[in-house]
Design a protein. Sequence first.
Length: 304
Amino acid sequence: MLSLGATLKKLRLARGMTQADLYGGIVSRSFAGRLERGEHDVTVETFWAILDRLAVSADEFRFLQQEDHPSDALRLEGQIGTAYSQQNFPWLRHLVQRYQTSTDPQERELATVADLALRSFGSASWAPTPAMLALWQHFNQLTTWGLHELRLGTAWLEIAQGQRQPAVLWAGIQKMHASCARYVSPTADPFHVTDLRASFDLVAMQILLLGQVQFRPYRTYAQTLYQALKAYDRWHLSTDAALSREICLCLWDWYDGDVAAADRRAATLENLPPLSASLNTHAILTSHRRHALRQRQKRGDCHA
């Protein structure tokens, strides 16, 4: 790993900047030289000012400081996501076994997420491990979720689904929305949290709709989520996020809204080309159309 000063020098030279170009008005010329030689540190405020002039984010700086390598935790998170989207379960099991006893808490947490993906895929009944429950409780105790928690939000949902605590589940959904809103302005979504929320909401909507027979509050929660999705500013949505939103709206209409409108929306969605390896639109729609029909028939809904 390069020192802070060596990384700044590498970035400055790569951009064709002199020390005066980069540090002028921030630190003195003599201080800049000592900084790049590793003889001085800087305050946080000064460091941000230098990064702003370089037009480099903290994440990019760390990547370059590690000589063009992501952090171990970020690399592991990427491996888990890729393995899950490809349904490479042997590799997921390998990652669980390798990192579940790591000395790095973040790596152990990600191993728990990988284990959760293995257990929940294609299984209607599974028991959370102590590590999963610890992760769930940790998320519950936080008043606000940061970017790390937002990226793991769907994992929290999978655990929360089995805890039979509707109020806690709904509180987590609201916390996800409020935490995402902190990072989004009317004109920008610099951390792409809208995509994270869209993936989260798709899982949340399915949990609420499938569980509303067993847990009566779920029907109200699903309707509230539906209204929030309808009102959401689509300007920030990526293609995948927009697709997730449309699926959510379709599902709610099948279970509790206008079936004919849902059928029309589903026909449009079915004709779209595959957009994401992890978002199987056909499987989601086929499964929920059947479940929704059964629920409506049990309620004696004349629109079933």
